[in-house]
Write a protein that binds this ligand. Sequence first.
Ligand code: UGA
Length: 438
Amino acid sequence: MARICVVGLGYVGVVTGAIFAEMGHHVVAVDVIPEKVDALNAGESSIYEPGLDELLKDCVPARFNASMDMVAAVADSDITFLCVGTPSTTDGGQDTSYLEASSKSLGEAIAAKGEYHVVVVKSTVLPGTTDTLVKGGLEAAGITCGEDFGLAMNPEFLREGSAVQDAREPDRVVIGGFDQRSIDETAELYVGIGCPFVETDLRTAEMIKYASNSFLATKISFANELSRLCEAVGIDVYEVMDGIALDNRIKRSFLNAGMGFGGSCFPKDVRALVSLANSLNLDSALLSAVLDVNRSQPLHGVDLLEAANGTLAGKRIAILGLAFKGNTDDVRETRALPVAEELKKRGAVVVGYDPEAAENFKAMFPDIEIVGSIHEALTCANGCIIQAEWDEFRELSADDVDVMADKVVVDGRRIVEDVDGLEESGAIYIGIGLGSIE
Ligand code: UGA
């Protein structure tokens, strides 16, 4: 079994470390934030992710520990995964400052160790980052790529909310390498994972990650644009998507029209590709349109609510689901934010409920009344928007909406199961992309 070091105790680092430990490897994670290190060593994850706590319980401390000492962690391992964040810069590009800093300290640790070590970039980085910025950062310590250390790029395809499952059963493992040795030593860690392996060069691996996320984001914006057309001509876009997905060349996933895509990945990654294209004087009409549709879709949800209510001024409106999707407490780029801002702008009083993300959302948008249940959110409300796919919203019932002052439900994720029951109770149900012929 291998000895692995993981740099960065964020989302990707914790899940990657835990899964490698579950596979029997020995993992030490390094972070500069003492609270994150202490939490992991206590077997606690600082993120909400189904199945992760149980996993940590099984492998901490026997096979998974955290430390702030990079030199010691590298000395005790043979391969290091860089899992630090690469957030957006103000112009949509990628901020590589964490990656640069960690590459430099990793290089110094490898030089101090004086033995061959493989470095694997897992952070999402634009093509050309690993073989320039990361390689340069490592070599600043006087070591040479291909001789003193190997270099690979192994992008991550985990979805928040199902990360543990995705990591256990990936669709594919992509490994780009500076040389074959780097690829082989990285691939060895995944022995036993039954999925296709893609071996490629560093830049191709980097681009595969961006292309995957951008393509999925494009599918969503396509479904969202079509949903407005369907609404206008009395068609259900979900039926249309089911119909096209029977063509083997099209898959049904990520064609759910809704309130748009959020999270720490799709918006950031599409913006980064647009920014890369711009910097190379290349056209990015399609990806720019993907972002445009995503900007207007949540406002469209508010328009639907306003059309049913007459006006939103002075109305009490509940947002059900504040996270960027169900099963997570993550509010980064959540579509609940543009919805809440637009509701405020149109004069509504905004109340919000989310099983996990309420506090995080309140910190970002304080001008909201946070409540602890669907019942409280809907009491005396003049309308509601379902923004995230939590299971409890699927079961929205006639009893739930009975406490509303005006029973107007905009199902921004098309998840309500008993639509007939709601309508029979006198509620106005408006599903995104569900056109009805009057
Ligand atoms: C996404 C990718 O799915 C992962 O493969 C990738 O590893 C990850 O980004 C990343 O780059 O780290 P994630 O952001 O966790 O994962 O969430 P998704 O499940 O992909 O959903 C993203 C957004 O799209 C959510 O706001 C969701 O509500 C929305 N969505 C998704 C739709 O509006 N319609 C759909 O049909 C599917």
